[in-house]
Ligand binder design. Structure first.
Ligand code: NAD
Length: 357
């Protein structure tokens, strides 16, 4: 098969880690007989330097014309003084909106080989955990009615959480379908004991659950979920939740894996085209030093193959190559901690993954 992939390398370590993922994609294409065409576009600080804007129209058009998008990271101290609507990070909201990406999939997996990197105790993590957070990305309080007004105690500000049945059903289907492809277990997280929007969320999810009798469905309040994630993360498989709850819980879930350089994400919409990116930022402190861990970006590329191109065997092969390299004891500097292990550079660990593939 042949696919066109837009590359948004961005700033800081973005170019290093995207180059690693491209090498892995090229090797995968060779191995399985596919052809991937890569076209780079500017985004973030480098786009401000070249064009004055963090998200040039050419980048939006290029992404819309592609089969999928692979993003590195944007931002850095050089652009910190830019006005709010011209900051590199603003480009992320712009491109998500332009591509209609309403679902954020964030796997949080603790690899058995990296157990020591988790801040949780051994008896809690056991031999590791593997969960998937499905977060609604374009609705809820981040996009609701907001403003200032005169209230009981004088000036006050307000933000509004609103969800329609259509929005809830849309994200709910993604979550149930994800559960069907994994262990058929889904937990929906809300605050239905307090919020009207959460009561509609829960009612709509229950209705959807009737269409997926094979999925073991449960509900949980968000305050309990925050606690359960650190108490017993292994009870979860797929989690579905709203924009704000997902924002908070997915950061908590990423932290308990202990290694930000390992975590991939996918943003999806109605089209098969998605945007795939590591969850970390541009790491300006190590940029240009060949020290970055490229695994989150490589695993994001694997998600692209699985979710946008339907190439599951190819995605599995990349994930297995990463597993093999970690099990063989190879580590980048961020994974070494205080141990005696000599870390590999970004290009060296990429070579190991290519060899494993
Ligand atoms: P960061 O994720 O860039 O870095 C936090 C720490 O983690 C740093 O010490 C960094 O060296 C380390 N780190 C991150 N990724 C790593 C990797 N792959 N390998 C090894 N170490 C890694 O977060 P920050 O320092 O808060 O932000 C830096 C810049 O990135 C800011 O301008 C911020 O706005 C931007 N940012 C961008 C995105 C994005 O593009 N999606 C996300 C978050 C932050």
């Amino acid at each position: 098969m042949e696919f066109n992939i837009a590359l948004l390398k961005g700033d800081g370590i973005g170019p290093e880690i995207v180059d690693s993922a491209v090498a892995v994609l090229e090797k995968t294409a060779d191995k399985f007989g596919h052809k991937f065409n890569f076209t780079p576009y500017l985004i973030g600080g480098c786009a401000i330097d070249a064009t004055g804007k963090p998200l040039p129209q050419e980048t939006v058009d290029g992404c819309l014309a592609s089969d999928s998008v692979l993003l590195g990271a944007v931002g850095g101290p050089k652009w910190d003084d830019q006005p709010g609507d011209n900051r590199p990070e603003k480009a992320l909201l712009g491109i998500r909106e332009a591509l209609g990406l309403y679902t954020n999939l964030r796997p949080a997996k603790l690899y058995p080989a990296l157990r020591n990197a988790s801040p949780l105790k051994d008896e809690i993590v056991g031999d590791g955990f593997d969960l998937m957070i499905v977060r609604e990305l374009t609705g809820g309080i981040y996009f609701g009615d907001r403003g200032y007004r005169h209230g009981k105690y004088g000036e006050e500000a307000y933000d509004t959480e609103a969800y329609s049945v259509t929005e809830i059903e849309r994200i709910g289907r993604v979550a149930f379908d994800s559960a069907m492809k994994r262990s058929k277990k889904l937990c929906s997280i809300d605050k239905a004991n307090v919020l009207e929007s959460s009561r509609l969320w829960r009612k709509t999810m229950h209705k959807l659950a009737e269409e997926y009798p094979e999925v073991e469905y449960s509900d949980m309040f968000v305050d309990n979920a925050a606690m359960q994630l650190v108490r017993n993360p292994r009870q979860f498989d797929v989690i579905v939740t709203s924009n704000m709850f997902g924002d908070i819980l997915s950061d908590e879930a990423s932290q308990i894996t202990g290694s930000i350089g390992m975590l991939a994400s996918a943003s999806m919409g109605a089209a098969t085209r998605g945007m795939y990116e590591p969850i970390h930022g541009s790491a300006p402190d190590i940029a240009g030093q060949n020290k970055a861990n490229p695994i989150a970006t490589i695993l994001s590329a694997a998600m692209m193959l699985r979710f946008s191109f339907g190439l599951s065997a190819e995605a599995n092969a990349i994930e297995k190559a990463v597993d093999d390299v970690l099990n063989a004891g190879w580590r980048t500097a961020d994974l070494v901690g205080n141990s005696e292990v000599e870390p590999l550079t970004c290009t060296e660990i990429t070579e190991k993954i290519l060899e494993a593939l």
